[in-house]
Design a protein around this ligand. Sequence first.
Ligand SMILES: *[C@@H]1O[C@H](CO)[C@@H](O)[C@H](O)[C@H]1NC(C)=O
Ligand SMILES: *[C@@H]1O[C@H](CO)[C@@H](O)[C@H](O)[C@H]1NC(C)=O
Ligand SMILES: *[C@@H]1O[C@H](CO)[C@@H](O)[C@H](O)[C@H]1NC(C)=O
Ligand SMILES: *[C@@H]1O[C@H](CO)[C@@H](O)[C@H](O)[C@H]1NC(C)=O
Ligand SMILES: CC(=O)N[C@H]1CO[C@H](CO)[C@@H](O)[C@@H]1O
Length: 828
Amino acid sequence: MLESIMASSTVLLFLLGFLSVLLSSCAAVEVTYDGRAIKIDGERRVLLSGSIHYPRSTAEMWPDLIQKAKDGGLDTIETYVFWNAHEPHRREYDFSGNLDIIRFLKTIKSAGMYAVLRIGPYVCAEWNYGGFPVWLHNMPGIELRTDNEIYKNEMQNFTTKIVDMARQEKLFASQGGPIILAQIENEYGNFISAYGGAGKSYINWCASMAQSLDIGVPWIMCQQPDAPQPMINTCNGWYCDSFTPNSPNSPKMWTENWTGWFKHWGGRDPHRTAEDLAFAVARFFQFGGTFQNYYMYHGGTNFGRTAGGPYISTSYDYDAPLDEYGNLNQPKWGHLKQLHNHLKSMEKTLTYGDISTTNFKDAVTVTKYDFDGTSSCFLGNANSKIDATITFEGNQYTVPAWSVTILSNCKNEVYNTAKVNTQTSVMVKKSNKAEDGPLLTWRWKPDSNKDTSLQGLGTYEVEGILEQKAASNDTSDYLWYMTSVDIDANDPIASKDLTLRVNTSGHALHAYVNGKLVGSQLAEYGSYDFIFEKKVLLDIGSNQISLLSATVGLKNYGVRYDLANYGIASVELVRTMGDETIIKDLSGHKWVYKVGLNGEDKQLYSNVHLHVKWHGSNLPLNRMMMWYKTTFKTPIGKDPVVVDLQGLGKGHAWVNGHSIGRYWPSYLASDTGCSDTCDYRGTYSDRKCNTNCGNPSQRWYHVPRSFLVDDVNTLVLFEEIGGNPTLVNFQTIAVGTACGKAYEGNTLELSCNSGGQTISDIKFASFGDPQGTCTSFKKGSCESENSLAIIQQACIGKESCSIDVSEKTFGSSNCSNGVNKLAVEIIC
Ligand SMILES: *[C@@H]1O[C@H](CO)[C@@H](O)[C@H](O)[C@H]1NC(C)=O
Ligand SMILES: *[C@@H]1O[C@H](CO)[C@@H](O)[C@H](O)[C@H]1NC(C)=O
Ligand SMILES: *[C@@H]1O[C@H](CO)[C@@H](O)[C@H](O)[C@H]1NC(C)=O
Ligand SMILES: *[C@@H]1O[C@H](CO)[C@@H](O)[C@H](O)[C@H]1NC(C)=O
Ligand SMILES: CC(=O)N[C@H]1CO[C@H](CO)[C@@H](O)[C@@H]1O
């Protein structure tokens, strides 16, 4: 009976849900705002948003990522639009595959979520050249991001194209679509002063150009304190509680709340704790915020040459609530989900309520929202050391240092940002069971340049040295600079004791003289220009100098970052005789240029050129400028796939012709600056809570499942500096163990949360006062005897289990003081 009632009500709910989807999919909504909040159809809203950049995953991954964002309590997805990806050559567009922004927006719509479209089109985003196409920079007479007609014309052309595409598909909320807000420019306020008066007129032009596109939803400008009305200026940062918009009619919006930080080659892994992130968000809402966006909610992967720079790694995991592969990053995802649920339940009071604030000593503030007989309270403790005990409206509360407590009806504590009641998942990598053993069979091919670049053969020649962007349009990381120098016997420079001196703006240089490598140099993170000096032996007669310059991601941020130089600036031969130095400057010579590697021209990474012959035996190891190729079987199951590139040097990798990005496992993270423990208290910075010291800064590379075919796949590597591919292997990623800790009175949910996997064993369970942290829990001085048996009964063999943490479940613990806690470690 009960079951059938439930069944029919489920059907009814389903029908209602279906109906509301139908309705919402055609009905236009009106998006407006006032000083308090964004209003949708006249109603003020609390909006919880997360950034997911469509090119940093695959179209096949989008529905799952977006659904997990929705399940995590978000109602909005935010993305930038990546100009240089969409318009690689002027007026030639690419919206295919993971660049299909329309499909991405439609995926958001079908999940029943809103979208924020940050067109920019300057985006920063740790994306190559901040999203600007390099051909744009190379247009004669152009000046980017300022009051320059050529630039403004190109910016307007691209912005209009994106707006028109979205409009045509009815994707703006005013047309019944998901887009509720759009952004023009990006963090320009940080640098506007560098552009003088032209900066001001440019930003005014941006505003009126955007307005003229008449999209029917509001425009925002982030980090733009003087944003012209009606642009809403918004805040980006790790904390935005003290931000105030520049107009009393604009709501307090946080467009980039940094959930963690990005990684660079040679860098450690940054982590931002769930406690600190929840604290920052709760404080923002405590102090009147109503729209907040996680940057990033899913960071993903910098495929191809999209990583910005210099030296941004291929992984863009960002320690976001969804990890690079789309798995839940626990406890961050779950701890925030609970916060979101509380904030949503307070939506009316937060957006319409009267606000009153009471300050206590030691940086404790209580904020009360009252509306229509309901009230909500935040107790915020911004002190980084001292736990506070306060009395508020007759009740006593303890608020841990650096935390915010939410009280329902201003009475009962329902959430505290420092008390995590969500499981911590420890991900493990498993070997590829589809292969017989770990060893792959390799074929190889040198990037045969003996008869080409080393002989000085290129595609064009110019007098003088060109800057690398100007010479290559950034269509490859690699650019050959070649010249010849004649030395006759009477030349004062004719000597065995000569130095080749190259002044380069980076990032890597390989120098060859008369067909032989004389040396290589790679910039260190943080200082990219260097002087290369090496003794060389020149012949009397003609000598060939061939220099290969390589970039590793163009700058994406800074004052006039677009003008930064790359590649070689000058080349000299230097002879020192006692006090005398003779310099022969070759910079003004005739130089021959070639963009890209021979193997790139021949597309050795793709499966299409089957006639190319690869060598099978005598696999060369630790040899520069080498292409390697192997095949592998698709790992069984649905878990995300990674390739372990340990042993390799630096280069680029492709699977079945799809770039999985640059690799550089030989670049180790510094061996200092990590800590085993991580105190969430105190202002976060990207130097806090680092891990992975002394290890390859990135050893594993994501291979999206959609890049794989049913049986046999091809992996191609271009190895620039020399490495050993024999240890390369494929792995899958899943939850290995998970730990949960919860205080009495909460419910602890435990799950293996990947593809139907069940809980196989319980490694630890104690209800009482358990000590330690995940994977090293220990019993405390007291516990309920049946803790382990009860958890085994409830969880083993299940995909997930939910435990009411109380003496009702476990019987009495014999703890004499304090609240009981439960700690569990499960094995998946
Ligand atoms: C963009 O420029 C092209 C010419 O390069 C022109 O045909 C097109 O109409 C322009 N689009 C807009 C929206 O101005
Ligand atoms: C770079 O692109 C511009 C504009 O498309 C073109 O005129 C120029 O020839 C290109 N330069 C090189 C070196 O390919
Ligand atoms: C290297 O070249 C850059 C760019 O031309 C110049 O600013 C710098 O002074 C040069 N460095 C040396 C040591 O000559
Ligand atoms: C609680 O009980 C356990 C055995 O169940 C015992 O070992 C422990 O000493 C007791 N602790 C206290 C504080 O009574
Ligand atoms: C608005 C805001 O909080 N900006 C901060 C972002 O983070 C940087 C780096 O820590 C700070 O310098 C900014 O003040």
